[in-house]
Design a protein around this ligand. Structure first.
Ligand code: ATP
Length: 322
């Protein structure tokens, strides 16, 4: 199939580096002589016909910006047959021969549906949670985990000054990558993850008390959002140990900010590869990072992959964060 025009969209939660990916897609496509259309607010843009022409300068001055210039959305309508059909019509009307869909697993499911209906799509992993099974790395994670680290470091300063325990909730509903990595990076005494069934006594209290016995006087407990309950946990810690304990939920501040080198470079590499595939008419694929290389998989296979929990890193944290 001769491809002339490709679309690009961002969908699901925004992640720093999505802009760098959009830029890479646009510039790589233009350099191949393709036309590029920006689809606004994810799959909603296809249903509501919010499609704009993009040229080289449209993506100027965005490589260093968080968020996404194309906006993003969750689109329940797209999951209905009627929404999908409307999206297909919009593609036909604009002559869109293929789409790069930047987002998480949900976004990839949408890309699969469009591909099966005749619009080749390539998924690019972008989510701060790093919970996409098919890739070892997702655009946005490095920036977000560095933000968590910086914020927890600040909480540590005040916890240290007051001999307090600080319980901090970081993002990650189904997967605890942000919690595990920021917990290791910040030397958290306890790290509470959705992957490990919580036993408060064993996983938190005993760790704090053991550290206390060696002279430690301030403590950080990092909790993944998927486990939640930080206020209750702080209360329990204070009641059982007698240590003044405060809870903080970091929230959306973790999503924003200027993307790191890792995220800009990964976004550039992945965006470029997505265009190489689509320009040959190859769709129903996702790009991914494996052993430092950019590879691609069938979307169906990608969605059926499982990401193993990093037991080794959790073990390391338990061995050294005391
Ligand atoms: P994040 O990891 O940030 O949550 P995501 O891409 O997984 O990103 P979702 O909200 O799950 O975020 O999905 C984004 C959009 O993709 C949905 O709003 C919907 O339009 C589409 N989508 C999700 N699941 C499906 C599905 N099963 N079939 C078709 N489209 C889907």
């Amino acid at each position: 199939m001769k491809v002339k025009t490709i679309g690009v969209l961002t969908s699901g939660g925004d992640a720093p580096g999505m802009n760098a990916a959009v830029r890479a897609v646009v510039r790589a496509a233009l350099s191949k002589g393709l036309q590029v259309k920006g689809i606004i607010r994810g799959y909603n843009g296809l249903i509501d016909d919010k499609v704009v022409d993009l040229d080289i300068r449209s993506v100027a001055d965005i490589i260093h910006r968080g968020g996404t210039m194309l906006y993003t959305a969750r689109s329940p309508r797209f999951r209905e047959e009627e929404g999908l059909q409307t999206a297909m019509e919009t593609c036909r009307r604009h002559g869109i021969d293929g789409i790069v869909c930047i987002g998480g697993d949900g976004t990839f499911r949408g890309a699969r549906d469009l591909s099966l209906h005749g619009i080749p799509c390539v998924g690019v992993p972008g989510t701060i949670d790093n919970d996409i099974a098919s890739t070892e790395y997702s655009i946005g994670f490095d920036t977000a985990v560095n933000t968590c680290m910086e914020l927890v470091d600040r909480l540590r300063d005040t916890a240290q000054s007051h001999d307090r325990c600080t319980v901090v909730e970081v993002m990650g509903r189904g997967a605890g990558y942000l919690a595990l990595h920021s917990g290791v990076a910040c030397g958290a005494t306890a790290i509470v993850l959705p992957e490990i069934k919580l036993d408060v006594q064993r996983d938190v209290i005993e760790k704090i008390q053991n550290a206390q016995r060696t002279g430690k006087q301030h403590f950080i407990v990092v909790v993944a959002e998927g486990v939640g309950g930080v206020d209750k946990l702080a209360e329990q810690i204070q009641t059982i140990t007698g240590i003044d304990t405060r809870a903080t939920v970091l929230g959306h501040v973790q999503r924003g900010g200027t993307p790191s080198v890792r995220d800009r470079v990964t976004a550039s590499r992945m965006g470029y590869e997505a265009v190489q595939l689509l320009s040959q008419g190859i769709g129903n694929r996702v790009v991914a990072e494996k052993d430092g290389k950019i590879v691609d998989y069938d979307i169906y296979d990608a969605l059926n992959m499982e990401k193993p929990f990093d037991e080794k890193l959790y073990k390391i944290a338990n061995a050294i964060n005391n």
